[in-house]
Ligand binder design. Structure first.
Ligand SMILES: [Zn+2]
Length: 457
């Protein structure tokens, strides 16, 4: 491997300049900005790295999947899932340098999308190039699926994967991004939570009225507040009947992994200016609550007058946006119907529910999967320390299509670190992590060739 490492050490600057090209191109799926250009540029870059690219249409979407593949010495195939879209860069005034003008400062590269997840695309390509230049071949075959709708919830990817099962056949999958935790320890994460995002809305009179009418005119703001209060008690228990029915208890290995994780609670508390967490959890309870439990969150609510001074008004409309983060084996459609039943049975038939999308299923790869031990071993070799094995991310993603539709064990590793500020101003990666991340992929390819024993079903 030393020659491969040397190649990466000698050529990372070229990969960083390619990464800058990716970051200079805005690709904001939420605003349909620069998406066609970015799809073309991504395909172009794959081609420069001798991965043969194709732009594949995604049913129902105007943003194609950039697909690429390259055959290696062994038929064992690793699939990389990435995305070429990014979050909107606003608020622009909080960026030190402009979001789409990548800037290197103090060993870090700043740009929108550099951590989530264009940096990972570039690092993975660098690892491939190292093998091709040093040995003329990859140890195993690889495939890329780089979609354009991850940041808007991947609404069409499940169908795309269904329709392209044969093309996407592989043995395992490396997920878009990941990286170092607050203790500078590499992480290998093995799942995502599911998500259901809804808007609740209720109306009262046909127009806003004088607040003195509150004696007789129903106030939708109160109705919304009462409805929300019925969903969760002050002990943080979600009160929707059957909400927890499908929650699969964590395996003993998952519990063990969460116990073994180093705690980042002091760093998180400090970075958020918090004195304590929900329910005052600390230590194992803090980590297990964050990683293994579902949550219902109010994202925002609006009704009536909220401007300066006072306005005595009784609003005619109130709405709130909520998200549920789900864990195996909860399903967004099931939770949606349970939410409807809950509102109806509590006298809130007037409150409408509009789901933003179909939502996403949760997904987890078992810790005892052979693939997980190969990824972890590759991390030990590159980082010289034990990686943190995290049973699930707290966030969501379209992983279910890969783990369940395609049957691929899936792990998240990558080139970011806990301070990378994905989705926020001054998003960045550290160059040192980029180089290590490329090496991790390289060792993984090598180890998949020698250590992978496909499970026969
Ligand atoms: Zn991402």
């Amino acid at each position: 491997m030393q020659e491969i490492f040397d190649y990466i050490d000698d050529h990372w600057e070229k990969a960083i300049s390619d990464l800058k090209r990716l970051c200079r191109q805005p690709s904001i799926s939420a605003q349909s900005k620069g998406m066609a250009e970015m799809a073309r540029l991504t395909a172009q870059l794959l081609k420069e790295y001798t991965v043969s690219p194709k732009l594949l249409p995604v049913p129902g979407s105007s943003f194609p999947v950039v697909y690429g593949e390259i055959k290696g010495q062994s038929p064992v195939t690793l699939l990389f899932y990435n995305h070429y879209d990014v979050q909107p860069p606003e608020p622009l005034e909080l960026w030190t340098t402009k979001p789409f003008e990548p800037a290197l400062r103090e060993g870090k590269l700043f740009a929108r999308g550099v951590a989530d997840n264009k940096g990972d695309i570039a690092a993975r390509l660098l690892a491939l190039r190292a093998f091709l230049k040093v040995r003329g071949r990859l140890p195993i075959s690889v495939k890329f699926v780089i979609e354009g709708e991850e940041e808007i919830g991947s609404p069409h990817l499940a169908k795309f994967v269904e329709q392209n099962k044969r093309l996407l056949k592989a043995n395992a999958c490396i997920w878009e991004c990941g990286g170092m935790n607050w203790k500078n320890q590499p992480t290998v994460s093995l799942g995502v939570k599911g998500i259901l995002y809804v808007q609740l809305e209720t109306r009262g009179a046909s127009v806003d009225v004088h607040s003195s009418m509150g004696t007789i005119v129903p106030n939708p703001a109160w109705r919304l507040v009462w409805a929300l209060a019925s969903l969760k008690d002050m002990d943080e228990n979600i009160r929707i009947a059957g909400f927890y029915d499908q929650v699969r208890p964590p395996t003993s290995q998952e519990t063990k992994a969460v116990k073994a994780m180093q705690s980042d609670e002091e760093e998180i508390k400090e970075s958020l200016g918090l004195k304590k967490f929900v329910k005052g959890v600390t230590g194992f309870d803090y980590r297990s609550r964050h990683i293994l439990e579902p949550v219902l969150n109010i994202c925002g609510m609006e009704s009536g007058y909220t401007g300066p001074g006072s306005k005595t008004v009784l609003p005619c409309l109130a709405h709130a946006k909520l998200d549920f983060r789900l864990v195996p084996d909860q399903r967004p459609d099931d939770i949606l119907s349970k939410l409807r039943k809950h509102l109806d049975s509590h006298g809130f038939e007037d409150i409408t529910i509009s789901p933003a999308t179909e939502g996403e299923n949760p997904s987890r790869t078992p810790i005892d999967s052979r693939f997980v031990s190969i990824v972890a071993q590759a991390a030990r070799e590159v980082y010289g320390m034990e990686p943190a094995i995290i049973p699930s991310m707290a966030g969501s993603g379209p992983m279910y299509s890969f783990t369940d539709t395609l049957g691929l064990p899936t792990a998240l590793i990558g080139v970011s670190y806990a301070g990378s500020r994905p989705h926020a101003p001054d998003e960045h990666i550290r160059i040192a992590d980029f180089i290590l991340g490329a090496k991790h992929i390289a060792v993984l390819l090598e180890r998949m060739a020698s250590d992978w024993r496909p499970a026969r079903k």
